[in-house]
Design a protein around this ligand. Sequence first.
Ligand code: HEM
Length: 402
Amino acid sequence: MHNLPNSASIKFDFYQLHKSFGLSILALTTLRLVWRLTHKTPPLPAAMPAWQKAAARGTHWAFYALLFVTPLVGWAIVSVSPKDIPTFWFGLFSVPHLPFFDGVIDRSAVEDVFEEGHEFLAFAILGLLALHVGAALKHGFINRDGVLRSMAPKFGALIGMLVIFGGLGVAVSHYLTAAPSATAQTAPVEPALIIEAEPEPVVLTEAPENVVGAEISPTEPSPAQIETTLAAPEKLMRWSVDYDASWLRFIGEENGRTFEGGFSDFSAEILFDPDRLSESKIRVKVQTATASTGDALRDATIPGKEWFDTKQYPSATFVSTDIRALGGNAYEANGALTIKDVSHNIVLPFTLNIEGEQAIATGTVDLLRTDFGLGVAESWLGDEGIALNVRVEFDIKAAREP
Ligand code: HEM
């Protein structure tokens, strides 16, 4: 699981199954601990030396402790990890991250410590298992003192095991048939949407200096300005968008495969007159939480802190600063794109066809996601995983307001 390349789609499923089994162990161990604390265990043979009794009891309690702490530390890994990958219990429901790590600054360092601990504890379970099985066999075949027989599950316990293993079997088969990553792998990709191997460079009129938390430059509008930008000059054409016939989508690449997604909620204010371009203005506001790509696992990751961080930054905006005609029906809008409070001036080329009172604007722009603080943790920056280039496409149908 750990050593598989990120490009292996099965890696994701292995991790999800690992976490699902581990969390099941945590739940079952918790039940078992409650049971153990409220019930008596069979007595150990009277002839057994005191040190062996102590060793046997010590092993049992060490088992309980390890089976409780190991999955808890595993859960801590995924909760503190800057990758912020969600956990779905056998694809049936999402398990929240543990809430204790909000204030952690160096998440990668803490993740590393938990990973080391998790591995150590897991191998300690194996060591203990060897000791436990060895001792049980010695009691059964050398001492022949009835201890092994007393360990054998009774009828009720056998039924319980059958129910638990049967239930886990059903859960695994549900995951395998409904595995969202598997579905995504087989989803057909429209050839027209495939991003070329060498994407065109992003047109940034500013150097993307410090990517995360970059300051909004003085030339860019402040949020207060954004709110007031679109006061219409005298009789400038105002267009109202037909959202049912318009779309805003993004196209990216994961593990070498193209995926596409869209925003179901965005609003655009358009003051546009081909003859009064210097006064024309466009403002778009996108509700980042409405991004979806049709892949449940990916979609559950997108709102997380590493990506859109939708709780902190529910919207992204584009506000034009000037619009130029390029000849024919081609235009370009310069303006500030703000995602997660990081603003950059971008150039948005688009074509515009106006027929009577109706207009259709279509455009495409390539962005470097890291310029806007999207997926900047080291784990998202490798050659594998999510490509840095994300293509944004829009198709806006609007009607001229009277
Ligand atoms: C008794 C239960 C568990 C056992 C015995 C166990 C065992 C292991 C083992 C042996 C590894 C491989 C370590 C390595 O070679 O790097 C591992 C990795 C991992 N486990 Fe668990 N695990 C358990 C529960 C969980 C749970 C409940 C979660 C999360 C909800 C979890 C999350 C992880 C993660 C994220 C890794 C990968 C760490 C890395 O990439 O280095 N585990 N686990």
